[in-house]
Ligand binder design. Structure first.
Ligand SMILES: Nc1ncnc2c1ncn2[C@@H]1O[C@H](COP(=O)(O)OP(=O)(O)OP(=O)(O)O)[C@@H](O)[C@H]1O
Ligand SMILES: [Mg+2]
Length: 587
């Protein structure tokens, strides 16, 4: 056996550098992070040959003294922490004191730096980790780091680099992300002396997103929420802009860009069911968490972090997105979005275009044709044709006029004309009802003969796993030996003949979408089941309704929250008051 010997420090440095600097983009990441930590408001990045020949980062940050810059090139020398405990309150991107020495070990590095009050700056040059020059430089406040011939002394690493174009694209991708997470900082990026992008500090975050990710500004929806101490702020693009990869998703935790499949999944949950499988919504989200609740020291390039309360960021993201999308679709469901006069009422009730074109959007079931009446000649004629039927005088005055195409209820509600989509409206009513536990002694209907429902073994296991959730919605159902289940009673309002079908559909959907407590947090499962039960229990398009049923549906609508759109964001009604009618008739 050969003898054990200590490595030459320069060789050791070169080996260690491999952990931090993998390619030009990783060197740029470290240098730009240093500029940000130095309080820079302007950062210019230049590349020649994809950064393999030369890369340079210029900033207007605090600069360094001659003494500090030499120390900064030593491994484990940093101005950002003093002791281990400081990691719990970290507010900078760097903390290891490894980036500059790593880059210096595998390139020809030159730093020009100058502090605010200094008479002159310092220039320092290091090649392969060896100091070759140190001299004064002009008093230009800030720092300019130039890296030439990256990996010139590590040929194996050099071989793994891609073409200049591919390396440039990685750098631009990285800088795009950084520019999106630092909205106050001016970023300018040049490659082979041509400008690649420029974002000024005057551009807002959504403007930057629109410019850099090519999403129309008006299709960005603001997200803002807080759950269990995790604050989420940012923007998502409407569902039709979802992409086939996660490249247009960006998560920033306390100012640090992080990768996380779980947070990406949370975005998807927030968009459910508006985005189809294999598509990823465009999202830029900033999370703020007390730094003592996260561990940033788990990955060599600091790209991953660990959360003390792993579920909290997931919940915060998915809830904030779902709420924002709901609120947004509520805003966009205003009568002025439809041209009720030019189009027959059927087309007028279609959802707004952006939902219709979104891949996850499911068209409502085809409308049954009215066998004996020609399509409605228009709203005014509809009012003429159907004699109002007077309803109970107390409370809001509701006069049901008619049911159109067995799908829409036309009614006058306190002097306004309403066209209600019976399915989406009833779906919302159920959804709100199920927000609260349905106690087993609450209003319910017992079945005269308990119903026995059979399942396949995997489905039975799935149902058993979420039985508590399903029971909490008011279905009294329990295992009945083997793979059978027995249902004794149902939540009031569900048609008894439909109950077994609802449970069967529910289990089918759970197995096809792999919804289970093993794959999702409990509240996500509950939320999905709640939406499914609401959809299945609700009156369908095509169901004939009596005047009493229509009236009580509108009355219930008036009682629940968010009643003007369904849980999936589709509108439940169109409302026209006298002013809207006057506008439509150009009065
Ligand atoms: N652009 C800059 N402007 C001012 N000071 C800088 C700049 N770049 C580096 N420094 C100083 O040099 C020190 C060493 O930088 P280096 O990147 O090696 O380590 P770090 O940022 O402290 O930690 P990390 O290895 O995690 O990046 C920093 O702590 C900082 O004080
Ligand atoms: Mg650093």
């Amino acid at each position: 056996m050969p003898k054990v010997q200590r490595l030459d420090p320069l060789v050791a440095e070169r080996i260690a550098a491999g952990e931090v600097v993998e390619r030009p983009a990783s060197a740029i990441k470290e240098l730009v992070e240093n500029s940000l930590d130095a309080g820079a408001r302007q950062i210019i990045v230049e590349l020649v040959g994809g950064g393999m020949h030369l890369l340079r980062v210029i900033d207007d940050g605090c600069g360094m003294s001659a003494e500090d810059v030499k120390l900064a090139l030593e491994r484990f020398a940093t101005s950002k922490i003093r002791q281990w405990e400081d990691l719990d309150a970290l507010s900078t991107l760097g903390f290891r004191g490894e980036a500059l020495p790593s880059i210096a070990a595998v390139s020809k590095l030159e730093i020009h730096t100058c502090e605010a009050e200094a008479n002159h700056g310092t220039k320092i040059r290091v090649e392969g980790g060896v100091l070759v020059d140190e001299s004064p430089s002009p008093a230009l406040v800030g720092t300019r780091v130039t890296v030439e011939e990256l990996f010139y002394n590590t040929p194996a690493r050099l071989k793994f680099l891609k073409s200049a174009a591919a390396e440039t694209s990685q750098v631009v991708d990285l800088l795009t992300r950084m520019a999106l997470t630092q909205p106050e900082v001016h970023f300018q990026v040049r490659s082979n002396q041509r400008e690649v992008f420029l974002v000024t500090s005057k551009m807002t975050l959504p403007q930057r997103m629109a410019a850099l990710w090519k999403v129309p500004l008006e299709d960005l929806v603001e997200v803002n929420g807080e759950v269990q101490g995790v604050e989420v702020r940012g923007w998502v693009a409407k569902p039709q802009h979802a992409r086939p990869t996660r490249n247009h998703q960006l998560f920033c935790l306390n100012g640090r860009i992080i990768k996380s499949a779980s947070l990406s999944q949370a975005v998807l949950e927030g968009f459910t069911p508006l985005v189809s499988k294999g598509r990823y919504p465009v999202a830029l989200l900033h999370l703020s968490i007390d730094p003592s609740l996260i561990d940033v020291n788990v990955h060599p390039t600091k790209a991953e972090v660990r959360f003390a309360e792993a579920r909290a960021p997931f919940r915060a993201i998915y809830r904030s997105i779902a709420t924002s999308l709901e609120e947004h679709s509520a805003d966009s469901v205003q009568p002025q979005h439809w041209d009720l006069i030019e189009e027959p009422p059927v087309a007028a009730a279609d959802p707004p275009a952006w939902r219709e074109s979104s891949p996850g959007y499911q068209a409502p079931p085809p409308r049954p044709q009215l066998p004996y009446r020609a399509p409605s000649p228009g709203l005014a004629a509809t009012l003429e044709l159907f004699k109002p039927i007077e309803m109970a005088p107390h409370g809001p005055r509701i006069q049901v006029l008619t049911q159109l195409y067995r799908t829409f209820i036309v009614a006058q509600v306190d002097g306004e004309l309403w066209v209600v989509d019976q399915h989406t409206a009833h779906e919302r009513i159920w959804y709100e009802k199920l927000a609260h536990l349905q106690p087993l002694d609450g209003p319910r209907q017992g079945l005269l003969v308990p119903e026995i429902i059979e399942f396949s073994p995997p489905q039975a296991a799935l149902l058993e796993g979420s039985l508590a959730e399903i029971q909490s919605f008011g279905f009294e159902i329990e295992p009945f030996g083997g793979t059978s289940f027995q249902m004794r009673s149902l939540p009031s309002g569900v048609k008894p003949g439909r109950a077994a079908g609802i449970i069967r559909d529910l289990v089918d959907q759970m197995s096809s979408e792999q919804i289970s407590l093993r794959n999702h947090p409990q509240e996500v499962v509950r939320e999905k089941l709640r939406a499914m039960v609401s959809c299945k229990a609700a009156i369908k398009a095509g169901d004939p309704l009596s005047v009493d049923e229509m009236e009580s549906l509108i009355r219930e609508m008036l009682e629940v929250e968010h009643s003007n759109y369904c849980p999936h964001g589709r509108p439940t009604r169109i409302k026209l008051d006298d002013r809207a009618l006057e506008r439509l008739f150009h009065r």
